[in-house]
Design a protein around this ligand. Structure first.
Ligand SMILES: Cc1cc2nc3c(=O)[nH]c(=O)nc-3n(C[C@H](O)[C@H](O)[C@H](O)COP(=O)(O)O)c2cc1C
Length: 262
């Protein structure tokens, strides 16, 4: 398999998936193209990929699946027997069907999944669970994963390739989407950066308030990227969520899991 170009594509509201995917891609080739599919405008066009271009694609895990917007982004990518590496990034609880769903979607789009990994990123709800991840140790593992892929791809042939990843059919139900009402404090300077970084257009360009709650996916891009820290999740929500998550998965540090096709 000859790899001439590497594209790092991602849907990543709070950047942990972006960091993970770019580190993997740079392990494969030092020079990479980045394709950020987070904002709505990026998902309004199609992206063709040649057979000799390798794609590394990443999405966060929401409720054991990838977010609907990440699925919509993947449907805009068109491979022609193009090899693809999959990355699911989760907040230290579980990734359940996310990799399986990515593998199936990318295969249907003309890609050949050759390797995959489940990686850990700071949980969107606050900075307590998996705080600061991916950290230096995680990123070194991502780069090393990329190097292994580059090394192994030299001798691999794409014919009859099969990649097994964990997950179950039917995929978990995504469940109803419900937004989150932030408190907007006096520190807000109405720069409206929150509207610019919202991946679903839920915040209007005129006010920091959420204009359409049905569009909010609770990703926390608006809160975590606010330059003044003016947008805060109500305490009771964070506390309940952190308590619930800690009860479900404990505080033990999970490590990346890697899968190679054959
Ligand atoms: C609505 C929502 C649902 C989530 N569900 C899960 C989950 O099922 N398992 C998990 O471990 N983390 C879950 N997370 C945490 C994210 O997967 C994690 O923080 C990820 O690193 C965010 O990626 P990003 O920085 O690219 O946005 C969820 C986050 C949100 C906002």
């Amino acid at each position: 398999m000859e790899i001439r170009t590497v594209t790092a594509a991602f849907f990543s509201p709070t950047d942990t998936t972006k960091k993970t995917v770019e580190a993997i891609a740079r392990g494969i080739l030092p020079e990479i193209n980045s394709l950020d599919l987070t904002l709505p405008a990026a998902r309004e066009q199609d992206y063709p990929f040649a057979p000799e271009g390798l794609l590394v694609i990443g999405a966060p895990v929401y409720g054991g699946r990838i977010p609907l917007q990440a699925e919509q982004a993947i449907r805009r990518l068109h491979g022609s027997c193009t090899p693809v590496v999959l990355a699911a990034v989760y907040g230290n609880r579980a990734y359940e069907d996310a990799l399986l769903e990515m593998r199936d979607l990318l295969s249907a789009q003309g890609f050949i999944p050759i390797a995959a990994g489940a990686f850990i990123g700071e949980h969107s709800f606050g900075n307590v669970i998996a705080g600061g991840r991916p950290d230096a140790q995680d990123l070194a593992k991502c780069t090393d994963f990329g190097r292994q892929i580059a090394f192994w791809a030299m001798d691999a042939s794409l014919g009859d390739f099969s990649l097994q990843v964990p997950g179950n059919y039917p995929y978990r139900d995504r469940g109803p989407q419900s937004g989150i009402v932030h408190e907007i404090t006096d520190a807000c300077i109405f720069c409206l950066h929150c509207a610019a970084v919202c991946p679903t257009g839920a915040i209007s360009g005129k006010s920091p308030a959420i204009k359409d709650m049905s569009l909010c996916i609770k990703c926390q891009a608006c809160a975590k990227k606010c330059p003044k820290g003016a947008r805060v999740v109500p305490n009771h929500f964070v506390e309940t969520m952190v308590e619930k998550l800690q009860a479900m998965c404990g505080n033990a540090r999970k490590e990346p899991e890697l899968f190679f096709g054959r």
